[in-house]
Design a protein. Sequence first.
Length: 115
Amino acid sequence: MELVQLQRALAEFQQRGIRIVALSVDGPEELALMKESAGAEFEFVSDPDAKLIGLFGIRHAGGRIDGADIAQSASFLLDSTGRLVWKRVAESYRVRPRPHEILEAVDRRLGKPAS
């Protein structure tokens, strides 16, 4: 599960000053269960009306089993001013960047050699 992998790499993200935020159309109750099951210590944001998801341009119209909109699987890196510095939108929910791929992108952006 991606959330578990992100949690395992949380210290590496924090060392680089990265804050992880998970965004979903799921309600707060569902997100609380996901957070608990993953043992996640990072923030989860509920966007049931898909407003933020629409702003990020990652709306998957009718993607939920009941026909409601959901978010495409995507990863974004924003700098401290909120400027987009890297993104990856997955081809499907099964194809997502691994934490080490995101960390490599961060290191490239910061000008650090890959470990």
